[in-house]
Write a protein that binds this ligand. Structure first.
Ligand SMILES: N[C@@H](CCC(=O)N[C@@H](CS)C(=O)NCC(=O)O)C(=O)O
Length: 236
C-alpha cells in the first residue's frame, strides 16, 4: 500500500527541496504543508520538529526531520534507481561513493558559493567564485563524477537516471547556476565553470533540467529574496 506522506516544507529552502526531488523521482504522492519561515514557528510545528526547521516528513505517522535523513528514508523504503540496497558489496560501495561525493560537494565546494553570496564587494565575490572553481579542480570532483570505466549517462558515475547524489545536490546546483543573475555569485562564474570544469558544468546543467529537480523551483523568488536578506544582514 502506498505510504501516507506529509511533507512540512517551504519551496525556497534548498534542504527541504531535497525531499521534493526524492519524492518526485520515486513517484510518491504526498501532502504538503508550507511552513512560513518569515515568522516564528508555531507551537504545533515545534511539537513536530523541536528544531523548527524544514523539512520534516511524516511517513505513515512517523516523524522524521533533517533533509539528508528524509532522503535516505525515502530511498531505503522504496528501492529504486536512486541508490542500490546496502546488503551487497557493490551496493555498499556505491552508497559509500555517493556519501563521499556529497561530502566533497558540501565541505569543499559549496562553502565558496556561500562565501560569494555573503561577499561585501564584487572583488570578494569574484575571489570566492574563483575559489569554488579551484575547489572543483583540486578535489578531483570531475573524476569522482565520471570515473574512467563507469557508465556513459549524464548523472553520477555515468548513470542514465538521477541518483541520490543528484537528489542531495540538485537544489544547490539550481542556485549555483542562476544566482549570478541576482548579484549573489560572480557574473563570470558560469563561463569559468564551463571553461575550467566542463564535465562538472555539463553535469550540473543536465541535473537542473530534470523535472524532478526543478518542479518547485522559482528562481526569481529565491534570487530576489536571498539578495534582500543578504543586504539586510550587511546593514546590521
Ligand atoms: N540541516 C537541516 C537544515 C534545514 C534548514 O536550515 N532549513 C531552514 C530553511 S532553508 C529553516 O528551516 N530555517 C528556519 C529558520 O530560519 O527559522 C536539514 O538538512 O534539514
Amino acid at each position: 500500500m502506498a505510504p501516507k506522506i506529509i511533507l512540512y516544507t517551504n519551496h525556497i529552502c534548498p534542504w527541504a527541496h531535497r525531499a521534493h526531488i526524492a519524492l518526485k523521482e520515486l513517484g510518491l504522492d504526498y501532502e504538503e504543508v508550507i511552513i512560513d519561515l518569515d515568522t516564528p514557528r508555531e507551537p504545533w510545528y515545534l511539537e513536530i520538529n523541536p528544531r523548527g526547521l524544514v523539512p520534516t516528513i511524516s511517513y505513515n505517522g512517523t516523524i522524521i526531520p533533517e533533509s539528508g535523513i528524509v532522503a535516505q528514508l525515502l530511498a531505503d523504503a522504496h528501492p529504486s534507481h536512486l541508490v542500490p540496497p546496502s546488503n551487497t558489496e557493490a551496493g555498499a560501495i556505491q552508497r559509500a561513493r555517493i556519501s563521499f561525493f556529497v561530502d566533497t560537494f558540501f565541505t569543499k565546494v559549496w562553502p565558496h558559493a556561500f562565501a560569494a553570496q555573503k561577499a561585501g564587494s564584487d572583488e570578494e565575490r569574484s575571489a570566492a567564485s574563483e575559489a569554488l572553481v579551484a575547489a572543483i579542480e583540486n578535489n578531483n570532483v570531475e573524476d569522482l563524477l565520471y570515473p574512467e570505466g563507469a557508465g556513459s549517462g549524464p548523472f553520477f558515475r555515468g548513470a542514465e537516471k538521477l541518483t541520490q547524489v543528484e537528489v542531495l545536490t540538485g537544489s544547490f546546483l539550481l542556485r549555483l547556476l542562476s544566482l549570478h543573475r541576482y548579484g549573489l555569485l560572480a557574473a563570470e562564474l558560469p563561463c569559468l565553470l564551463e571553461e575550467r570544469t566542463p564535465r562538472f558544468w555539463k553535469w550540473a546543467s543536465e541535473v537542473v533540467k530534470q523535472e524532478s529537480v526543478n518542479y518547485i523551483w522559482d528562481e526569481e523568488r529565491v534570487g530576489t529574496r536571498t539578495a534582500k536578506k543578504i543586504k539586510a544582514l550587511a546593514q546590521k
